[in-house]
Design a protein around this ligand. Structure first.
Ligand SMILES: *Cc1c(COP(=O)(O)O)cnc(C)c1O
Length: 383
């Protein structure tokens, strides 16, 4: 069986966790601070603020920006549900924008159609690791006073115009095992604004003026104040210790994924009816997911192809979900989103992870080519 993904974890991570256990300090403390500094340095961002997940990071970001009831936040429907949920947690209204067929990301054009006088912010997703074209989006947003927040859950290790994704704007990362590096669960906000970073640190720790670890380390009595309504979105030192080891592997992980993806593209390039992911002209993807689109002239059902692959011991996943089609979003107004609907129905994700070798890639590509040929002849008509 070839799984869709498998994190690259080993003895080094185990040793790092054991060291934290032996220290007696397992909650948010020195390892979290070190992980924040290391991620920020690696991505050329000002500061990092660790959280329990990318989902809570996005909520914290919007809360800190003062986004609330009456405000609109533009999001792509074509994203993991958390992108749409974050504005809802803040009491604001998510407004769906369509995406570009090739990058699966919102563009200045699709965003412009979704803007209104009530728009406070936009969450730009670098979907499946593919960088979005930030220059054009920022040029549209800045004069209108619309804040750009980046959902880079998938995009650690991707680049935009020669710099790592994460080096500009307020950016949210994820360390879920489905992403490039993992802490089990975990997230982080990146910002170049030191004052905002201090406020985010307070907000993720119950609104406390002094952190628990600072009080613990102090030689004088410290009575903490709760300066504003906060949250408990703290990462643990156990997680951060794993994250520090994982961060050291990031370059190797990106290089391996790009090599395996290149092999996929070589092998599948000649299969008629498939569109394959590739670097955009302005950046590089980390291939967090290798998403294949079935073209319109291929008369077959995506789910039938997925089942054929599963029958041959190969796990795949449907393409990126579309939030506006889910029951939990039924009450939200949805404009026409033709590209989003086409992408979510007509794409699938192939296995891709650090521990794969080129033989696995060849097996998957061969199975996909066979399934496509087979289904095109005998499969039921596609919807
Ligand atoms: C995975 C993902 C999230 C959620 O990340 P968590 O850390 O699991 O909360 C948010 N947005 C996108 C685009 C994602 O892929």
């Amino acid at each position: 069986m070839i799984p869709i993904t498998r994190p690259w974890l080993g003895a080094e991570e185990a040793a790092a966790v054991n060291e934290v256990l032996a220290s007696g300090w397992v909650a948010q403390g020195p390892k979290v601070a070190a992980f924040e500094a290391s991620v920020a340095a690696a991505l050329g961002a000002g500061e990092g603020v660790a959280t329990t997940s990318c989902t809570t990071a996005l909520h914290l970001a919007l809360h800190a920006l003062g986004v609330g009831p009456g405000d609109e936040v533009v999001v792509p429907s074509l994203s993991f549900i958390a992108t749409t949920n974050a504005p809802r947690y803040a009491g604001a209204r998510p407004v769906f924008a369509d995406v570009d067929l090739e990058t699966q990301n919102i563009t200045a054009e699709t965003l412009e159609r979704a803007l209104s006088p009530a728009t406070r912010a936009v969450i730009v997703v670098h979907q499946a690791g593919m960088p979005a074209d930030l220059d054009a989006i920022e040029a549209l947003c800045k004069p209108r006073g619309v804040t750009v927040v980046e959902d880079a859950a998938c995009a650690i290790g991707s680049t935009y115009r020669g710099l790592p994704v994460g080096a500009r704007n307020l950016v949210a990362l994820s360390f879920h095992p489905r992403k490039l590096i993992t802490t089990g669960e975990g997230g982080m906000l990146l910002t170049g604004d030191g004052r905002l970073a201090r406020r985010l640190r307070r907000l993720r720790e119950h609104g406390m003026a002094v952190s628990a670890h600072e009080r613990h380390a102090s030689r004088t009595v410290v009575v903490e104040a709760y300066e504003e309504l906060g949250f408990n979105y703290r990462m643990t030192d156990l997680q951060a210790a794993i994250g520090l080891v994982q961060l050291g592997k990031l370059d190797a992980i990106v290089a391996r994924r790009r090599a395996l993806a290149a092999r996929y593209s070589e092998l599948l390039g000649d299969v008629p009816g498939l569109s394959l992911p590739a670097d955009p002209p302005y950046g590089t993807t980390n291939y967090q997911s290798y998403v294949v689109q079935l073209d319109d002239d291929l008369p077959l059902q995506r789910d039938v192809v997925m089942q054929e692959l599963l029958d041959r011991g190969i796990a795949t996943r449907r393409g990126i979900m579309a939030a506006h089609l889910e029951p939990s979003c039924a009450a939200l107004p949805a404009p026409a989103l033709p590209v989003t609907e086409r992408l979510t129905r007509r794409s699938l994700i192939l296995p891709l992870f650090h521990g794969m070798d080129t033989k696995d890639v060849e097996r998957v590509a061969e199975a996909l080519a066979t399934a496509v040929a087979h289904c095109a002849v005998e499969g039921p008509p596609w919807r």
